[in-house]
Design a protein around this ligand. Sequence first.
Ligand code: GAL
Ligand code: CA
Length: 348
Amino acid sequence: MKRWIRLTAVILVPVFLFLSCCSCGTQSDAGKVQTIRIGVTVYRKDDTFVASLCTYLEQIAKKKENESGKKIVLNIVDGQSSQALQNDQVDQFISRNYDVICVNEVDRTAAATIVNKVKAAKIPLIFFNREPVEEDLRMWDHAYYVGADAAQSGRLQGEIVVEAWKKNKSLDLNGDGKLQYVMLEGEQEHQDALLRTEYSIKAITGAGIHVEKLADDIANWQRAQANSKMTQWIEKFGSRIEVVLANNDDMALGAIDALKASHLDPKPIVLGIDATQAGLKAVDDGSMYGTVFNDARAQAQAIFDLSYSYATGFTTSGGAKPSGRYVRIPYRVVTRENCQDILDEMRS
Ligand code: GAL
Ligand code: CA
């Protein structure tokens, strides 16, 4: 009997030691990872805000590569507004054993297909900027969303208008005590378009200001589309337009282009969201009244940090993983008073 116990111990102890070594392998392996592969697909590369987020991602990855001595492959591909193409791109990342896959969905309501693919391959998945429905995100334990609180951006945009309206009675061009506005909206199903449209107006009416909507239309985040909508509205409503609310800076800039071409006098005030370089310049020169800072760099940092942690430490096979599935970077109000500070911050 004693011999049997001794024999068992002789066999089991090394097995146990071997196994425990394997289970701690994910931690001790962290220092050994030489190449990290991060695959990123975006809904379209020519979107101003998304392009700036990608530039930040590249800068952050380069910096980390220099600091860590690891090779970081950051492959950013363009979905070109095609969900089918984007699905193929995700397949490619999977077949090439990428460590992490980051997706800026073309059709954010159709995330389940990608979640299923990436889950089957046991790869961590980070959605960003275009928020999938929660049910889809929850299908994979290692799926996340990095973005911002869309309702907050609408609220802040509305608050800029409230301040302006209270401070400056001449904004009420026809003196009827009501704020006549037009609204330029982003893509139809986009969470930011829906919530910004809703909450900007809620903030204004919630402050006791009566509003009258003259027109609203979808311009898909794009300057040229916004320009042509605004040109039509100027023809139709002329100086009855007191405020132009745009769901992003590019559309606000399109409206400003149309206003400049029209020589309308007096002009309505124009509000955007994003604080892109061109947006900040327009706030600085007074052609845009205000915008809301959508912090592309902080979002890129959050995407990168999560990707790096997974590639070097966290595991999808029962090991550690970060708590919470949502990372939301706060928005900030930008007016002429603080736009230089924001520009300096972006340059630093
Ligand atoms: C929004 C941004 C828009 C556009 C859109 C694309 O957050 O404000 O300018 O980039 O994302 O999904
Ligand atoms: Ca009025």
